[in-house]
Design a protein around this ligand. Structure first.
Ligand code: ZN
Ligand code: FE
Length: 238
């Protein structure tokens, strides 16, 4: 298995998970860069896996399904309800916590991680360790809590941070520079954040679970109150 990063829109990441000559695409906001990446890699599209219902993670579904009829299209049962009808009609498989999705011999386990949306999910591949987190866990940050509450979002981050430390974290947006600016304000004495700022290169994906445990101020918040305080502060942070 290998993963190809596909930058989309202004700061979104879609990803191709490739096994042999077949690929699953995660979070296609638009079709054109995905088609280009498939052609470049010489692989066939077999599946679309979506982390949540927002248009910047699902906007390319209709065009991709038109071009590649019969492919698997996966989203959580909860978030499927919120898709616009023309996208919802493309969905072939509704999933929930613990379900498995497969591309050839690659199996990904669904982790329900509500907060950003109520049906937000991550896709976890155990070997080689990789997790696709959408807008739940970012490098040095986390998504805004749009549909859930702080307790929910913190529990979701805790679940992801409990994966093996070497697990690669493939997240949904290139927000890392701004996230690190906030991180060092939240934890001015954390030298691992300083080191991460000094080493920052773009694209910054993937991160690792260990790096997030060490430098992500939202993963590191030690109570729901502290998490809520940091999230609120970051919402207005410049
Ligand atoms: Zn989103
Ligand atoms: Fe997004």
């Amino acid at each position: 298995m290998r993963v190809v990063v596909v930058p989309c829109l202004s700061d979104n990441f879609a990803y191709l998970v490739i096994s042999g000559t077949r690929a699953a695409v995660i979070d296609p906001s638009e079709a054109a860069p995905i088609e280009a990446a498939l052609a470049r890699e010489g692989v066939t599209l077999a599946a679309i896996w979506c982390t949540h219902h927002h248009w910047d993670h699902t906007g390319g579904i209709g065009d991709l399904v038109d071009k590649h009829p019969g492919i698997d299209v996966v989203i959580s049962t909860i978030d499927a309800e919120k898709l616009e009808p023309k996208t919802r009609r493309c969905i072939t498989k509704l999933v929930g916590d613990g379900d498995l999705v497969a591309l050839e011999n690659v199996k990904a386990r669904v982790i329900l991680n509500p907060g950003h949306t109520l049906g937000a999910i991550s896709f976890h591949i155990e070997d080689p360790g990789a997790v696709f987190t959408g807008d739940t866990l970012f490098a040095a940050g986390c998504g805004r809590v749009f549909e859930g509450d702080p307790a929910m979002m913190r529990a979701s981050l805790t679940k992801l941070a409990a994966l093996p430390p070497e697990t690669l974290v493939y997240f949904g947006h290139e927000y890392t520079a701004a996230n690190l600016k906030f991180a060092i304000a939240a934890e001015p004495n954390n030298y691992k954040i300083k080191n991460r700022i000094a080493a920052l290169a773009t694209p910054s994906t993937p991160s690792t679970v260990k790096l997030e445990r060490d430098t992500n101020p939202f993963v590191r918040a030690d109570s729901v109150e502290e998490f809520a305080k940091r999230r609120e502060w970051k919402n207005n942070f410049k």
